[in-house]
Design a protein around this ligand. Structure first.
Ligand code: NIG
Ligand code: FE
Length: 411
């Protein structure tokens, strides 16, 4: 690697302030008076300018100044449902008048109303309505994105969603990880036959995987979703294909979803408001990341907090994601999710930034990104800020100066 990344580099940025998020460098892994270089899409140098191996002018094909701007790793949104048609603004109105999320779901609204709209859309129109949501995440610094299926709930429509997710990655020039979430809700045609539906979900998976459409498998383990036993069957099918698992776990009640995920060595347990301390220990032992989703917590006006003290005590990495979806989290900015994680969950702005970079990457099983260090992908953002805490401080705002993905400037 060092040989391959030896100078001459493609580009060297001087006069940069780096929030590397490396653990050995203190808060935010800050390097003031830093330099950042890359070659062939990978970072070749991320450190103090005065420790560069030679005269700057001779090190790279192009040498430029970052004019003192802060640079962080590209943000990673590790949990979204941004491919869907329609919206649920009317349900938002109803919830504000007192109806609960569960009540609306049991009446056939909620996820199933997005299923009806998504089934009715053809692939191109689904892409056309979903792309702007992905664009808005990218405009705020996201360079890697996870997108789930789960509003199709039959073979063709799950496939259509996953194909749209892949096409979004191609259209925007970013990395998109596709997650199969057919076990999201029970479609009307399987009413009263949840186990049969799980058989169907398991049956569709190998074909979708063969088409290169699946990077991980998820389920909604909840009273209004699927039972732990049904979830386990989906996980076993995933394991049989060598696919990693993750879970919508313990969001509205403690069904033991996070512990189940850990027992499969899962990538992440997400939401986890009701997860107990034993399950947190199991996550720590399994290396399962805790994905905090403060957008859904905020929109549903929840009060039960994830077990933050236990997560910290057992050193479970905490990621932060938007959960961008039409029902519980119509949240189109990962920075705003970071802000909500600070205000609702009392994360520090540094924890929120680690949660939206290095820990989010780990939640996707990606260890080649999320920090600024030689050998990592050259995914990084230059910001118009005076301190990295501002990334979680501003609610909205246009803070991005520029975004690079694998060394290429976006947009
Ligand atoms: O992460 N809880 C299940 N899935 C989504 C909500 C999806 C929806 O309501 O459309 C979530 O909150
Ligand atoms: Fe979700």
């Amino acid at each position: 690697m060092i040989g391959r990344l030896a100078p001459p580099w493609d580009r060297l940025l001087l006069d940069a302030r780096l929030a590397t998020l490396r653990d050995d460098l203190g808060a935010y892994g800050v390097v003031e008076a830093g330099a950042l270089a890359w070659k062939d899409g990978l970072l070749a140098y991320a450190g103090p300018a005065n420790e560069l191996p030679g005269d700057a002018a001779g090190l790279a094909t192009r040498v430029e100044s970052a004019e003192g701007r802060w640079i962080t790793p590209g943000l990673v949104d590790c949990h979204t449902h941004l491919v869907f048609a329609g919206d649920r603004a009317r349900e938002f109105e109803r919830r504000l008048q007192g109806a609960s999320y569960e009540q609306i779901a049991r009446e056939g609204g909620g996820i199933l109303s997005s299923v009806r709209a998504t089934r009715a859309a053809d692939e191109d129109s689904l892409l056309a309505v979903s792309l702007p949501r992905a664009r808005s995440l990218c405009a705020d610094g996201v360079t890697t994105l996870e997108i789930k299926s789960g509003y199709g709930l039959d073979f063709e429509n799950e496939r259509k969603m996953l194909r749209v997710a892949r096409r979004i990655g191609e259209a925007l020039g970013i990395s998109v990880r596709c997650t199969y979430l057919a076990a999201h809700a029970l479609p009307a045609e399987f009413a009263g036959r949840a186990d049969d539906y799980i058989d169907a979900v398991i049956g569709w998976l190998p074909r979708l995987h063969e088409e290169g459409l699946v990077d991980a498998v998820d389920a909604f383990c909840e009273g209004i979703g699927f039972s732990p036993a049904q979830t386990r069957r989906v996980f076993e099918a995933a394991r049989g294909l060598g696919l990693p698992v993750k879970l919508h776990a313990d969001q509205l009640s403690d069904l033991g979803g996070a512990a189940l995920t850990a027992s499969f060595g899962g990538l992440s347990a997400d939401h986890i408001e009701w997860t107990n301390t034993d399950a947190v220990r199991a996550m720590a032992a399994a290396g399962t990341v805790a994905v905090l989703l403060p957008g859904a917590f905020h929109v549903l006006r929840e009060t039960r907090l994830p077990p933050l003290d236990a997560l910290r005590e057992h050193a479970v990495p905490m990621a932060v994601a938007t959960d961008l979806n039409p029902g519980t989290s119509p949240l189109q900015s990962l920075r705003l999710a970071m802000s909500l994680a600070c205000t609702h969950f009392r994360l520090t702005p540094e924890e929120a930034l680690r949660g939206a970079t290095v820990h989010a990457a780990a939640a996707l099983g990606l260890h080649d990104r999320g920090r600024l260090a030689a050998g990592q992908r050259a995914d990084f953002v230059q910001w118009r800020i005076g301190h990295p805490a501002e990334l979680a401080y501003w609610l909205g705002g246009d803070l991005v100066h520029s975004v690079h993905v694998a060394g290429r400037r976006l947009g």
